[in-house]
Write a protein that binds this ligand. Structure first.
Ligand SMILES: Cc1ncc(COP(=O)(O)O)c(C=O)c1O
Length: 472
């Protein structure tokens, strides 16, 4: 099976593009399962039952057409068999619904995409192999060598090095904003800028940006606001698309999956950005790889995801395994319950740690003293995220001793697990940064990052307490 042949047949040729596009759009209204390749959302459910708690269980779900199985089946297959040559031809020409090759789309993965799209209030989503892959595909989908992005520097360490090192190898640069002020970000935008990037709650110093202000700047300069909503819990805590974000990314490894068992990523599209814009020539020119397909004309409010799938997934190959999609889907069904509980635990632990004599500093955006507290009040209804940092009085050996004596809280680098986790960012997740970069990202040499899980709060306090007792 050659996927380049597949795609070129699935998509449009010059002469028939608008005709087929119209027929595809017509088909969307007849069957929500008709065009898996295009990731059409389950609009029936979304339009009637809109609450997050309902969507997290139902959106994108369909009884298995072969068996009626209610739980989403695992379609662990590379390819999908044709009935005969005519059938294959009809699939390729989009005259009939169906799947062809799992690098592009897969029924199990497709349910995950539809569900996240619904939870994030987006028009489409593409699931990929990791959060890193989601960022790679997103920025590569927007930029050409010589282009740049503007980003706030307090970020997950892996995102920072992807931006600083890997993208610069490809001739795409990231301009890091020196402070937190949106105006400083605006001053870095020029005619080669292709987007402004922030994390909902920054995975270093928990900075929560003023999304509405940033969206206004992006509208003014006609660039997309791109938000990594990993800490926003798949739209439970915060929906960036409702505040002007054009593209929303996720490490689904974290709260979306929630059980620390699979690596996965998602990119989703709000459907509101006008790609008919001289900054994004690839969206409005006819794509030679697809016989002159014009992504903008053919896919409209899903153009970003269609291009990310048809060119990005096809050529870079960073697809999500169906098995991992199934595990993530299982996690999503309880997302709101887990996220709320973890955030409540984080709030309680932040207050408790503040009261401990051996703790010198606590950073959590739910605390009034945190610089982002006003934005937390403005944008979040249910909490302030599930991650906090704290620093102990004493030197590195005190910190090491404390971490190593913890019994319940697990020492590893991850967040968004049901289990409470602790890590030392300066030597792990953010270990590739210079001292100056660490300082800008709000990470000290003794900072510990704690990602609250869903255990009983008294057990978490007891574990911290017993380990604190051992510190001088
Ligand atoms: C905020 C954020 N974005 C992206 C990533 C990268 O995701 P993944 O580890 O799934 O590649 C991480 C990982 O910790 C993260 O914390």
């Amino acid at each position: 099976m050659h996927c380049d042949i597949l795609i070129s047949h699935i998509l449009y040729d010059n002469a028939n593009a608008s005709l087929r596009c119209n027929s595809a759009r017509k088909c969307f209204s007849f069957s929500t399962s008709q065009f898996y390749f295009l990731n059409i959302s389950n609009t029936d459910i979304m339009s009637v039952y809109k609450h997050f708690e309902t969507l997290q269980v139902h959106a994108g779900r369909k009884a298995d057409p072969a068996t009626g199985a209610c739980a989403t089946p695992l379609y662990q297959t590379a390819s999908f068999q044709f009935h005969n040559m005519d059938h294959a031809a009809r699939l390729f020409s989009l005259e009939e619904e169906g799947f062809i090759y799992s690098r592009l789309s897969n029924p199990t993965v497709n349910v995950l995409e539809e569900r996240i799209s619904a939870l994030e209030g987006c028009t489409a989503a593409v699931a990929v192999s990791s959060g890193q892959a989601a960022h790679f595909l997103t920025f590569q989908n927007l930029a050409l060598p010589g282009d740049n992005f503007v980003a706030f520097p307090s970020l997950y360490g892996g995102t920072y090095t992807l931006f600083r090192d890997r993208f610069s190898d490809l001739g795409i640069t990231f301009r890091f904003v020196p402070g937190k002020n949106p105006k400083e970000a605006e001053s870095l935008i020029d005619d080669r800028t292709r987007g402004l990037f922030v994390e909902t709650i920054a995975n270093s110093d928990y900075h929560v940006p003023d999304f509405d202000h940033l969206a206004e700047i992006c509208r003014k300069h006609r660039i997309p606001l791109i938000v990594d909503n990993t800490f926003g819990g798949g739209g439970y805590l915060f929906r960036p698309a409702g505040h002007g974000a054009a593209v929303v990314t996720h490490s689904a490894t974290k709260w979306i999956g929630g059980h620390g068992n699979s690596i996965a990523g998602i990119l989703a599209e709000a459907g509101t950005f006008d790609w008919d814009n001289e900054r994004f020539p690839r969206f409005r020119e006819n794509c030679p790889a697809y016989h002159g397909l014009n992504f903008l004309k053919a896919f409209g409010e899903k153009a970003f995801c269609a291009k990310a799938r048809a060119l990005g997934l096809r050529d870079w190959g960073c697809c999500l395994s169906p098995f991992n999609a199934l595990l993530i889907l299982q996690g999503i069904e309880t997302l709101s319950l887990r996220m709320q509980r973890a955030m409540d635990n984080a709030m309680e632990l932040a207050r408790w740690l503040e009261s401990q004599k051996k703790v010198s500093q606590v950073s959590y955006p739910g605390l009034k003293m945190h610089p982002s507290y006003p934005n937390v009040q403005k944008y979040f209804k249910n909490g302030a995220g599930a991650v906090l940092s704290f620093t102990l009085k004493g030197d590195r050996s005190t910190t090491a001793q404390f971490v190593e004596r913890l019994q319940l809280i697990t020492h590893l680098t991850n967040v968004g697990d049901n289990k409470t986790l602790i890590a030392h960012p300066a030597s792990t997740t953010h270990g590739q940064m210079t001292d100056r970069e660490l300082e800008t990202a709000g990470i000290g040499s003794g900072t510990l990052r704690l990602a609250a899980g869903i255990e009983h709060i008294e057990d978490l306090k007891a574990d911290l307490q017993q380990s604190l007792r051992s510190c001088p």
